[in-house]
Ligand binder design. Structure first.
Ligand SMILES: [Mg+2]
Length: 257
């Protein structure tokens, strides 16, 4: 392991790095859409007689296909997933026959429901103690493309800097969310390590900036050759061991890796 500057900052991806996001999103996706169908059916029986149930006319697959199409129509907003969802719902509800004002109200209500479900998540059991330990030694930031709002989670206390890259319209792999986080941490790429699961959105952009990277290889892809300064971990719980090796290397102490 070659000698590097000591680290003073760590930046973290959230989804699939600090928790398993797939079941969270499945539950939120199905849950808010089923809620909307039920709520509309209860609210507007007359409409139901004329047009049929909303969920029959626009099943979940239609909502998902329309989101992709709407994201292509609005390339600058494509990373703002919450906006895309709400716009899509408003369009579909208008097509279903609701007046625009009612369509927007129901879309907003469904998004509230989605965000509520989306934040019912459990970080991996090691995460709380891990962050509690790390924040005494490093400055910590969270950089996410997703719509997890840390202020709705107890983990927020560990992250003085939180970058919602999708909502700032520069989602990863854009370099700007990384640079914004480092600027706010008062750090520099050579003094910082990014922790994330996505090769394209975490590893490549952070590495190109000159940050070191702990790649959480959740998909178990051991064939990939790692650029210098990129370290493969199977789980975020392995991070303290990597940091100990990097600290030893920075002090010029030989440790077998
Ligand atoms: Mg991720």
């Amino acid at each position: 392991m070659s000698t590097h500057a000591p680290l003073d900052a760590l930046t973290f991806d959230l989804d699939d790095t600090l928790w398993d996001n797939r079941p969270v999103m499945e539950h939120a996706e199905n849950g808010h859409y089923a809620w909307l169908d039920e709520a509309l059916a209860a609210w507007h029986g007359a409409h139901l007689d004329r047009e049929g149930r909303y969920g029959e006319r626009f099943p979940l697959a239609a909502y998902q296909a329309r989101r992709l199409e709407l994201a292509q129509r609005h390339p600058l907003r494509r990373g703002d997933f919450t906006w895309i969802r709400e716009q899509t719902l408003a369009e579909l509800l208008e097509e279903y026959g609701l007046p625009r004002s009612a369509a927007r109200m129901w879309a907003a209500a469904a998004i509230d429901r989605f965000l509520d479900l989306r934040h019912r998540l459990s970080p991996y059991p090691e995460v709380e103690a891990l962050l509690d330990d790390l924040r005494g030694r490093y400055r910590l930031a969270a950089i996410t493309n997703g719509n997890a709002d840390l202020t709705r989670l107890p983990l927020a206390a560990h992250f003085p800097v939180r970058i919602a890259a999708g909502e700032m319209l520069a989602p990863k792999p854009d370099a700007r969310p990384f640079l914004a986080a480092l600027a706010r941490l008062g750090s520099a790429p050579s003094r910082a390590l990014h922790v994330g699961d996505s090769w394209r959105e975490d590893v490549l952009p952070a590495s190109r900036l000159g940050m070191r990277v702990a790649w959480i290889d959740v998909h178990d892809d051991p064939e990939r050759s790692l650029p210098a300064g990129v370290y493969r971990l199977r789980h975020v719980r392995e991070l303290p061991g990597l940091l100990a090796r990097l600290e030893a290397a920075a002090q010029g102490v030989f440790t077998p890796s």
